[in-house]
Design a protein around this ligand. Structure first.
Ligand code: ZN
Length: 439
């Protein structure tokens, strides 16, 4: 819900509060014929004939097989915040993602169905906590992820290195990775970078929706530091020294360019898409920025939210939610008021939301590939973070195979698909580990 600015933020907050829609499980692949037509036509008098070549695999089966075989790493999944914000009055979690959950985009059974191996759990700290309490919340959210891992030790582990991700994948275990969204929890103390490294955080998104003490944000017009602050530059150096990836998603353009100079290791954009498709919207990355990121060896992990993917949908949805807010205002109702329910139901019926498609997400991957090559693109869904705005065919973590299918249809090789699924980001992470190890 923290993806879009202004009204869109509000609309997505509401969307999140309502929970993301249940997505259907992927269609099971149709059974393959036992023998090919050619083999079936062979005269029965030739029992010693070599076995017929395997029938051409249908793309559904092939994409599911690749999703199972390749490590799939997703740069940004907001499930910790989803669980945190839906706690009951006693502070207990109301959802257990180690089992199938009714709400949300992520749980273990769906992750398994989609072939997901290594989701970065977003340790998201709202910008307002820059005033106080940011570190405390980040620690509580890390505790929450550790609690999930403790609950299902046979299914998952928290992974702190590329080697651990690979080992867990070999054992069929989900690697829960920690990425901190917003640098506010550093709270002006360099030693807190060490603290969060010790707790397993392996990337930090320097800012979120507002400028903070490290960096300017793409959503904030104040341009407080005109890029990174001097302390933010020091934090980037400290992250390099310790082996934490720098995440440039959410940063202002000035701050992005400062990171390009300040970071001695490759960096990632964990959940941003291409500005080419959303001209003028600085939350996505321009071609110049993607080129600079690639030149440094980095990777852009494509955000799936429809507003990130399609400018027309972004504008239409923004208008739709303005209309929704105006309707509530007219009737002097809050959206949470039970009396608003029939009103909102009619509004939803009359003005249903619009969604991008899985093919359009692939268009962003194509764009990066054409611009800088296939070595610089990955996946950063923002599942559980963009509310009910996910593309048709990519509604939750069970549906990565649908995206792989589109890439196969477009002629991507298996080696290319493996790079997109995780190989590229693991390469960056390894380079960051190696840089830290050298020092
Ligand atoms: Zn975000």
């Amino acid at each position: 819900m923290r993806a879009l600015a202004g009204v869109a933020l509000l609309l997505l907050a509401v969307a999140c509060a309502q929970g993301a829609p249940l997505a259907g499980d992927p269609q099971p692949p149709p059974p393959s014929p036992a023998v090919s037509v050619r083999a079936a036509e062979l005269p029965t008098a030739q029992p010693s004939a070599p076995p017929a070549p395997p029938p051409p695999q249908d793309l559904d089966a092939r994409s599911s097989e690749l999703a199972r075989r390749f490590i799939i790493l997703d740069g940004h999944i907001d499930v910790p915040h989803r669980l945190w914000s839906s706690r009951d009055k006693a502070g207990q979690l109301t959802e257990d993602v180690t089992a199938r959950t009714e709400k949300g985009d992520f749980d273990f059974p769906r992750a398994r169905a989609g072939g997901l191996d290594a989701p970065f759990m977003s340790i998201y700290v709202p910008a307002k906590l820059e005033a106080g309490g940011a570190k405390k919340l980040a620690d509580q959210l890390i505790d929450l992820v550790e609690g999930i891992a403790k609950k299902a030790p046979d299914d998952c582990r928290i992974a702190r290195s590329v080697a651990e991700v690979r080992e867990n994948a070999k054992q069929g275990k989900l690697s829960l990775l920690l990425g901190m969204e917003n640098g506010s929890p550093i709270e002006k103390k360099l030693e807190n970078v060490t603290h969060f490294h010790g707790r397993g955080v392996r990337y930090i998104t320097l800012a979120h929706s507002k400028d903070n003490h490290l960096s300017d944000s793409s959503y904030d017009d104040r341009h407080t530091h005109k890029g990174l602050s001097p302390f933010g530059e020091k934090v980037v150096g400290e992250m390099n020294r310790l082996g934490i990836m720098v995440d440039v998603s959410h940063l202002s353009d000035d701050a992005f360019w400062d990171v390009m100079v300040a970071s001695k290791a490759p960096v990632v954009a964990t959940h941003s898409s291409c500005r080419h498709f959303t001209p003028g919207w600085s939350r996505n990355m321009s071609d110049e920025m993607i080129s600079a990121l690639a030149k440094k060896g980095g990777v852009i992990q494509i955000n799936f939210g429809s507003g990130f993917i399609d400018e027309k949908i972004q504008k239409a949805e923004s208008q739709r939610w303005k209309d929704r807010a105006a309707l509530l205002k007219k009737h002097k109702l809050e959206s949470s008021d039970p009396k608003a329910k029939p009103l909102l139901a009619k509004f939803e019926k009359d003005s249903p939301p619009k969604f991008a498609t899985v093919a359009q997400v692939a268009d962003h991957i194509d764009h990066v590939k054409k611009l800088v090559g296939v070595d610089h693109v990955g996946l950063g869904s923002d599942f559980d973070g963009v509310g009910d705005s996910l593309p048709t065919g990519l509604k939750d973590v069970s549906q990565y195979p649908g995206l792989i299918k589109v890439l196969l249809e477009r002629g991507y090789t298996e080696a290319e698909i493996e790079k997109i699924c995780s190989g590229n980001v693991l390469r960056v992470w390894e380079a960051v580990e190696a840089f830290a190890g050298k020092r």
